[in-house]
Design a protein around this ligand. Structure first.
Ligand SMILES: [Zn+2]
Length: 284
Protein backbone atom coordinates (compact mmCIF):
# COMPACT_ATOMS: atom_id res chain seq x y z
CA UNK A 1 0.00 0.00 0.00
CA UNK A 2 1.31 3.31 -0.91
CA UNK A 3 0.10 6.51 0.52
CA UNK A 4 3.03 8.70 -0.42
CA UNK A 5 2.37 8.33 -4.11
CA UNK A 6 -1.33 8.58 -3.55
CA UNK A 7 -3.02 11.16 -5.66
CA UNK A 8 -4.14 14.31 -4.01
CA UNK A 9 -7.68 13.14 -4.51
CA UNK A 10 -6.77 10.56 -1.94
CA UNK A 11 -6.10 13.17 0.68
CA UNK A 12 -8.86 13.90 3.13
CA UNK A 13 -10.48 16.85 1.48
CA UNK A 14 -13.39 15.67 3.51
CA UNK A 15 -12.59 17.05 6.91
CA UNK A 16 -14.70 15.53 9.59
CA UNK A 17 -15.19 17.93 12.40
CA UNK A 18 -12.14 17.69 14.59
CA UNK A 19 -12.18 18.12 18.29
CA UNK A 20 -12.03 21.83 17.84
CA UNK A 21 -15.02 21.81 15.57
CA UNK A 22 -16.87 18.99 17.19
CA UNK A 23 -16.19 19.99 20.72
CA UNK A 24 -18.85 22.61 21.02
CA UNK A 25 -20.17 21.95 24.44
CA UNK A 26 -23.45 23.83 24.58
CA UNK A 27 -25.46 21.07 23.09
CA UNK A 28 -28.38 22.22 21.02
CA UNK A 29 -31.29 24.64 21.22
CA UNK A 30 -34.62 22.94 21.17
CA UNK A 31 -36.37 25.69 19.33
CA UNK A 32 -39.19 26.05 16.94
CA UNK A 33 -36.78 26.87 14.12
CA UNK A 34 -35.52 23.32 14.14
CA UNK A 35 -33.34 22.37 11.23
CA UNK A 36 -34.27 19.48 9.00
CA UNK A 37 -32.11 16.95 7.23
CA UNK A 38 -30.96 18.07 3.80
CA UNK A 39 -31.96 21.68 4.40
CA UNK A 40 -29.71 24.37 2.94
CA UNK A 41 -29.26 27.50 4.98
CA UNK A 42 -26.86 30.39 5.52
CA UNK A 43 -24.99 30.28 8.82
CA UNK A 44 -22.57 33.06 9.67
CA UNK A 45 -22.77 34.22 6.06
CA UNK A 46 -21.94 30.82 4.61
CA UNK A 47 -24.20 28.50 2.74
CA UNK A 48 -24.23 25.02 4.24
CA UNK A 49 -26.17 21.80 4.01
CA UNK A 50 -27.67 20.40 7.18
CA UNK A 51 -27.26 16.72 7.92
CA UNK A 52 -29.34 15.51 10.84
CA UNK A 53 -28.43 12.28 12.59
CA UNK A 54 -30.61 10.92 15.35
CA UNK A 55 -27.70 9.25 17.20
CA UNK A 56 -25.52 12.34 17.13
CA UNK A 57 -25.17 14.36 20.31
CA UNK A 58 -22.98 17.25 19.25
CA UNK A 59 -22.58 19.54 16.29
CA UNK A 60 -19.91 18.89 13.70
CA UNK A 61 -18.61 20.28 10.42
CA UNK A 62 -17.43 18.62 7.24
CA UNK A 63 -15.92 20.03 4.08
CA UNK A 64 -17.02 17.64 1.35
CA UNK A 65 -14.89 16.68 -1.62
CA UNK A 66 -16.64 19.25 -3.78
CA UNK A 67 -15.93 21.99 -1.23
CA UNK A 68 -19.45 22.08 0.20
CA UNK A 69 -19.81 22.84 3.88
CA UNK A 70 -22.00 20.37 5.76
CA UNK A 71 -23.21 20.96 9.29
CA UNK A 72 -23.88 17.74 11.17
CA UNK A 73 -26.44 18.05 13.90
CA UNK A 74 -28.42 15.92 16.29
CA UNK A 75 -32.17 15.77 16.02
CA UNK A 76 -33.81 18.99 17.14
CA UNK A 77 -30.92 21.39 16.55
CA UNK A 78 -32.00 25.01 16.23
CA UNK A 79 -30.79 27.62 13.77
CA UNK A 80 -29.20 29.91 16.36
CA UNK A 81 -27.09 27.21 17.92
CA UNK A 82 -25.75 26.13 14.56
CA UNK A 83 -25.15 29.71 13.46
CA UNK A 84 -23.14 30.30 16.61
CA UNK A 85 -21.25 27.05 16.14
CA UNK A 86 -20.29 27.96 12.57
CA UNK A 87 -19.17 31.42 13.69
CA UNK A 88 -17.04 29.97 16.48
CA UNK A 89 -15.35 27.63 14.02
CA UNK A 90 -14.77 30.22 11.32
CA UNK A 91 -11.01 29.76 11.37
CA UNK A 92 -11.23 26.00 11.16
CA UNK A 93 -13.56 26.28 8.16
CA UNK A 94 -11.36 28.85 6.39
CA UNK A 95 -8.25 26.75 6.91
CA UNK A 96 -9.95 23.62 5.59
CA UNK A 97 -11.40 25.42 2.60
CA UNK A 98 -7.98 26.82 1.75
CA UNK A 99 -6.52 23.30 1.92
CA UNK A 100 -9.31 22.06 -0.29
CA UNK A 101 -8.70 24.81 -2.86
CA UNK A 102 -5.02 24.00 -2.99
CA UNK A 103 -5.42 20.24 -3.34
CA UNK A 104 -8.69 19.69 -5.12
CA UNK A 105 -8.40 17.60 -8.26
CA UNK A 106 -8.61 19.54 -11.50
CA UNK A 107 -8.63 16.51 -13.73
CA UNK A 108 -9.35 17.37 -17.30
CA UNK A 109 -12.35 16.11 -19.25
CA UNK A 110 -11.38 16.41 -22.91
CA UNK A 111 -13.94 16.07 -25.65
CA UNK A 112 -13.50 13.56 -28.42
CA UNK A 113 -13.09 16.30 -30.97
CA UNK A 114 -10.36 17.39 -33.38
CA UNK A 115 -7.66 19.40 -31.67
CA UNK A 116 -8.33 18.34 -28.08
CA UNK A 117 -5.16 17.87 -26.05
CA UNK A 118 -3.99 14.53 -24.75
CA UNK A 119 -0.71 14.04 -22.93
CA UNK A 120 1.79 11.24 -23.03
CA UNK A 121 5.09 11.25 -21.14
CA UNK A 122 4.69 14.93 -20.40
CA UNK A 123 4.13 16.00 -24.00
CA UNK A 124 0.94 17.35 -25.48
CA UNK A 125 -0.64 15.84 -28.56
CA UNK A 126 -3.63 17.10 -30.49
CA UNK A 127 -6.40 14.64 -31.15
CA UNK A 128 -7.17 13.94 -34.81
CA UNK A 129 -10.11 11.83 -35.91
CA UNK A 130 -9.27 9.50 -38.75
CA UNK A 131 -10.84 6.96 -41.02
CA UNK A 132 -10.25 3.37 -40.03
CA UNK A 133 -6.67 2.30 -40.44
CA UNK A 134 -5.36 -0.98 -41.72
CA UNK A 135 -4.60 -2.98 -39.66
CA UNK A 136 -7.29 -1.50 -37.46
CA UNK A 137 -5.90 0.28 -34.42
CA UNK A 138 -8.48 2.61 -32.92
CA UNK A 139 -5.84 4.74 -31.17
CA UNK A 140 -2.39 5.59 -32.49
CA UNK A 141 0.30 8.12 -31.76
CA UNK A 142 1.74 9.11 -35.11
CA UNK A 143 3.87 12.07 -36.11
CA UNK A 144 3.00 14.15 -33.10
CA UNK A 145 -0.73 13.49 -33.28
CA UNK A 146 -3.05 11.33 -31.28
CA UNK A 147 -5.16 9.54 -33.89
CA UNK A 148 -8.55 8.15 -32.97
CA UNK A 149 -10.78 6.24 -35.33
CA UNK A 150 -13.66 8.59 -36.13
CA UNK A 151 -16.26 5.85 -35.83
CA UNK A 152 -14.95 4.84 -32.41
CA UNK A 153 -15.06 8.50 -31.33
CA UNK A 154 -18.83 8.49 -31.84
CA UNK A 155 -19.20 6.04 -28.96
CA UNK A 156 -17.68 7.67 -25.85
CA UNK A 157 -17.74 4.47 -23.79
CA UNK A 158 -15.94 2.52 -26.47
CA UNK A 159 -13.54 5.39 -27.20
CA UNK A 160 -12.65 5.74 -23.55
CA UNK A 161 -11.99 2.01 -23.29
CA UNK A 162 -9.68 2.16 -26.31
CA UNK A 163 -7.86 5.25 -25.05
CA UNK A 164 -7.30 3.70 -21.64
CA UNK A 165 -6.08 0.53 -23.23
CA UNK A 166 -3.66 2.55 -25.33
CA UNK A 167 -2.24 4.20 -22.20
CA UNK A 168 -2.03 0.83 -20.45
CA UNK A 169 -0.09 -0.76 -23.29
CA UNK A 170 2.12 2.22 -24.04
CA UNK A 171 2.78 2.68 -20.32
CA UNK A 172 3.66 -0.97 -19.81
CA UNK A 173 6.05 -0.93 -22.79
CA UNK A 174 7.72 2.23 -21.59
CA UNK A 175 8.07 1.09 -17.99
CA UNK A 176 9.60 -2.26 -18.83
CA UNK A 177 12.71 -0.47 -20.02
CA UNK A 178 12.92 1.49 -16.76
CA UNK A 179 12.22 -1.22 -14.26
CA UNK A 180 15.44 -3.18 -14.67
CA UNK A 181 17.84 -0.19 -14.33
CA UNK A 182 15.97 1.07 -11.28
CA UNK A 183 15.83 -2.36 -9.67
CA UNK A 184 19.56 -2.77 -10.33
CA UNK A 185 20.34 0.59 -8.83
CA UNK A 186 18.24 -0.09 -5.76
CA UNK A 187 19.49 -3.68 -5.45
CA UNK A 188 16.09 -5.32 -5.42
CA UNK A 189 14.62 -8.12 -7.50
CA UNK A 190 12.65 -6.90 -10.48
CA UNK A 191 8.94 -7.29 -9.75
CA UNK A 192 6.29 -8.22 -12.27
CA UNK A 193 4.71 -5.11 -13.72
CA UNK A 194 1.09 -4.37 -14.56
CA UNK A 195 -0.45 -1.11 -15.71
CA UNK A 196 -4.09 -0.67 -14.82
CA UNK A 197 -6.48 1.48 -12.87
CA UNK A 198 -5.02 1.55 -9.36
CA UNK A 199 -7.88 3.53 -7.89
CA UNK A 200 -6.75 6.58 -6.01
CA UNK A 201 -3.06 5.72 -6.05
CA UNK A 202 -0.39 6.11 -8.70
CA UNK A 203 1.18 2.80 -7.89
CA UNK A 204 1.18 -0.16 -5.57
CA UNK A 205 3.58 -2.92 -4.70
CA UNK A 206 2.44 -6.32 -3.51
CA UNK A 207 5.08 -8.64 -2.14
CA UNK A 208 5.38 -12.23 -3.19
CA UNK A 209 3.21 -14.54 -1.08
CA UNK A 210 6.25 -16.37 0.28
CA UNK A 211 9.80 -15.08 0.69
CA UNK A 212 12.10 -16.25 -2.05
CA UNK A 213 9.15 -17.29 -4.17
CA UNK A 214 7.86 -15.59 -7.28
CA UNK A 215 8.59 -11.89 -7.58
CA UNK A 216 6.12 -9.38 -6.20
CA UNK A 217 3.86 -7.30 -8.38
CA UNK A 218 4.10 -3.59 -9.06
CA UNK A 219 0.99 -1.94 -10.45
CA UNK A 220 1.11 1.52 -12.01
CA UNK A 221 -1.91 3.65 -12.83
CA UNK A 222 -2.51 4.10 -16.57
CA UNK A 223 -3.09 7.82 -16.02
CA UNK A 224 0.45 8.21 -14.72
CA UNK A 225 1.86 7.98 -18.23
CA UNK A 226 0.54 11.39 -19.11
CA UNK A 227 3.14 12.84 -16.78
CA UNK A 228 6.81 13.55 -17.53
CA UNK A 229 9.20 10.57 -17.30
CA UNK A 230 10.91 11.90 -14.17
CA UNK A 231 7.62 11.59 -12.27
CA UNK A 232 6.96 8.08 -13.55
CA UNK A 233 10.51 7.17 -12.54
CA UNK A 234 9.77 8.56 -9.13
CA UNK A 235 6.71 6.33 -8.74
CA UNK A 236 8.65 3.29 -9.97
CA UNK A 237 11.47 3.96 -7.50
CA UNK A 238 8.94 4.68 -4.77
CA UNK A 239 7.31 1.30 -5.26
CA UNK A 240 10.64 -0.53 -5.59
CA UNK A 241 11.70 0.92 -2.26
CA UNK A 242 8.68 -0.80 -0.73
CA UNK A 243 10.29 -4.13 -1.57
CA UNK A 244 12.74 -3.40 1.21
CA UNK A 245 10.69 -1.23 3.53
CA UNK A 246 6.92 -1.13 3.83
CA UNK A 247 5.20 1.99 5.08
CA UNK A 248 6.61 5.49 4.86
CA UNK A 249 8.70 5.84 8.00
CA UNK A 250 12.14 7.48 8.24
CA UNK A 251 13.84 4.26 7.05
CA UNK A 252 11.75 4.29 3.96
CA UNK A 253 12.58 7.87 2.99
CA UNK A 254 16.28 7.34 3.75
CA UNK A 255 16.29 4.45 1.32
CA UNK A 256 14.40 6.33 -1.38
CA UNK A 257 16.57 9.42 -0.98
CA UNK A 258 19.64 7.30 -1.66
CA UNK A 259 18.14 6.26 -5.00
CA UNK A 260 16.59 9.66 -5.82
CA UNK A 261 18.05 12.52 -3.79
CA UNK A 262 15.36 14.91 -5.06
CA UNK A 263 12.49 12.57 -4.13
CA UNK A 264 10.69 15.15 -1.97
CA UNK A 265 10.50 17.76 -4.71
CA UNK A 266 9.42 15.11 -7.20
CA UNK A 267 6.67 14.03 -4.85
CA UNK A 268 5.47 17.63 -4.56
CA UNK A 269 5.55 17.96 -8.33
CA UNK A 270 3.62 14.72 -8.72
CA UNK A 271 0.99 15.92 -6.26
CA UNK A 272 0.57 19.14 -8.20
CA UNK A 273 0.72 17.83 -11.77
CA UNK A 274 -1.28 14.76 -10.87
CA UNK A 275 -4.30 16.95 -10.17
CA UNK A 276 -4.58 17.68 -13.89
CA UNK A 277 -4.20 14.18 -15.28
CA UNK A 278 -6.97 12.80 -17.44
CA UNK A 279 -8.58 9.91 -15.59
CA UNK A 280 -11.21 8.90 -18.09
CA UNK A 281 -13.86 11.61 -17.83
CA UNK A 282 -14.95 12.95 -21.17
CA UNK A 283 -16.38 16.37 -21.84
CA UNK A 284 -19.33 17.05 -24.10
ZN1 LIG B 1 4.43 4.17 -0.83
Amino acid sequence: MCRATSRTTDRRETCEGTDSADGYGGIVDQRSDQLTDGQRAVFDGREATVSVTRERRRLGLTIERDGRLVVRTPLGAGFDAVDRFVRENRRWIDAKLELWRRHRPLNSAPRLAEGELFRYLGREYRLALTEASAPPAPVRLVAGQFLLDARVAEDPVLARAHLRRWYREAGADWSRGRLQPWAGRMEVAEPRLVVRDVGKRWGTYRAAPEPGGSPGVMALHWGLFQLPPRLIDYVIAHELAHIRVSGHGPDYWRLLRRAIPECESLKAELDEMGRHVWLGDLGR
